[in-house]
Write a protein that binds this ligand. Structure first.
Ligand SMILES: C[S@@+](CC[C@H](N)C(=O)[O-])C[C@H]1O[C@@H](n2cnc3c(N)ncnc32)[C@H](O)[C@@H]1O
Length: 186
């Protein structure tokens, strides 16, 4: 999926101003980010947060990493220019709440950039496998495999949603397909 990675570099690299990364993990996206952007990270896992903070400092970011979940973002209304997340909506407890929070903290005209693996098309073998394996994955601390994130994005009240589908080159991948793009608030 070279084109998926290229789109990631492109969409994340275009973000400017104050940029919130939800579920930032260990900080794999710093190299993509515009050096002039003010990065704020949100990460609920204490272990990952420690690694994230080290990585953030190495890239010159100075804002402390926020503790908490994206269902309740500890930032004021309309306080950031952009929000992004890479493979995070598969992990959150409540996608609709997260998207409502993303809209709340974005300034007028702000952008949400997303890169997510989602449910395979209904009726496919991969979808059937996701239905079986998804709950097991979640029970063992993994993520949800069979989410219809495209529908949640369409119903979240963004002014615009623009997305593309990507299919992993490995045909046996349980992820089935990926959704990537951006949404804006008015
Ligand atoms: C698959 S990892 C992706 C990490 C990183 N975004 C990346 O691309 O490397 C999912 C991340 O989402 C975080 N996460 C899980 N539930 C979350 C929530 N409710 N709100 C925000 N982040 C969450 C996890 O702690 C984890 O760091």
């Amino acid at each position: 999926m070279a084109d998926y990675q290229a789109l990631k570099d492109d969409l994340i690299g275009q973000l400017s101003g104050t940029v919130l990364e939800i579920g930032a993990g260990r900080g794999r996206n710093f190299a993509r980010l515009n050096r002039d952007a003010r990065w704020i990270g949100l990460e609920p896992s204490a272990k990952r947060r420690a690694q994230l903070w080290s990585a953030a400092q190495a890239y010159g970011h100075r804002d402390p990493v926020l503790t908490g979940s994206a269902e309740s973002i500890p930032l004021a209304d309309r306080s950031v220019d952009a929000v992004f997340g890479t493979v995070v909506l598969c992990s959150v407890s409540n996608t609709a709440k997260v998207l409502a929070e993303v809209r709340r903290v974005l300034k007028s005209g702000g952008k949400f950039v997303f890169f997510e693996h989602v449910a395979a098309p209904a009726g496919t073998v991969t979808f059937a496998l996701q239905r079986v394996w998804g709950p097991i994955s979640v029970a063992f601390g993994g993520c949800h495999l069979e989410r219809d994130t495209w529908r949640e994005l369409a119903e979240a009240g963004f002014a615009t949603v623009s997305s593309r589908w990507f299919v992993p080159s490995a045909p046996w991948s349980i992820h089935g397909r990926y959704l990537a793009g951006h949404a804006t608030v008015s």
